[in-house]
Design a protein. Structure first.
Length: 194
């Protein structure tokens, strides 16, 4: 097999694992099921990913790229360009995501709750995602001129994570609206609108 064939097999495995892990949970999905869904033999699957732990990490890294890419694209397209509106657009994106028919909660929280204590690789991928989202949000908040951007970022992260949890439980998009309203109350007003 050449490198292109190996990469194609790897991507099919990863796509199948992504769909199955997110929809059904990591522990509920075995490698045989991923083999069947991807059409890649079990032997080749294990050449692509030496263990389920390695595959779970790859799934989480893929989800991280998707979440952060979709979020940044949404904020860039939907926000007015004013710093405060860019922060609030984060919660508008969450509302969009919560409304998607395949939304099953935060893949990182789900994974951490399932295997975080048993998998250093999964736990690291979850923490890396959390740090990256935090850094992105802090950059948006710092641009608002907040007196203490770290404190405002921490508050907004709690709103972000809390809305994810409540949207998962309630099956509605309203937690994102409430989080947005609360974020609006703690962000400084735009310059010139004081």
């Amino acid at each position: 097999m050449d490198d292109a064939d190996n990469e194609a097999a790897r991507q099919r495995v990863l796509e199948a694992a992504d769909r199955l892990f997110y929809a059904h949970g990591i522990r509920a999905v075995g490698m045989d099921r991923i083999r069947d869904a991807s059409g890649v033999s079990l032997k080749r699957l294990y050449r692509c990913f030496a263990s389920k732990d390695e595959l779970v990490e790859a799934y989480l890294r893929r989800r991280d790229r998707w979440v952060r890419g979709e979020l940044a694209d949404f904020v860039a397209k939907e926000a007015t360009g004013l710093p405060r509106e860019r922060v609030l657009a984060v919660f508008d994106w969450l509302e969009w995501w919560f409304g998607e028919p395949d939304f099953r909660g935060c893949p990182f929280t789900n994974a951490f709750n399932e295997v975080g204590a048993d998998s250093a690789r999964a736990a690291a991928a979850v923490r890396d995602h959390q740090l990256a989202v935090s850094a992105y949000l802090r950059g948006l908040i710092a641009a608002t001129g907040a007196a203490d951007p770290d404190a405002v970022t921490n508050r907004c992260l709690v709103l972000y994570a809390g809305s994810l949890m409540f949207a998962t439980i309630s099956g509605t998009t309203s937690p994102a609206k409430y989080a947005r309203e609360t974020a609006a109350a703690i962000l400084p007003p735009e310059s010139g609108s004081r």
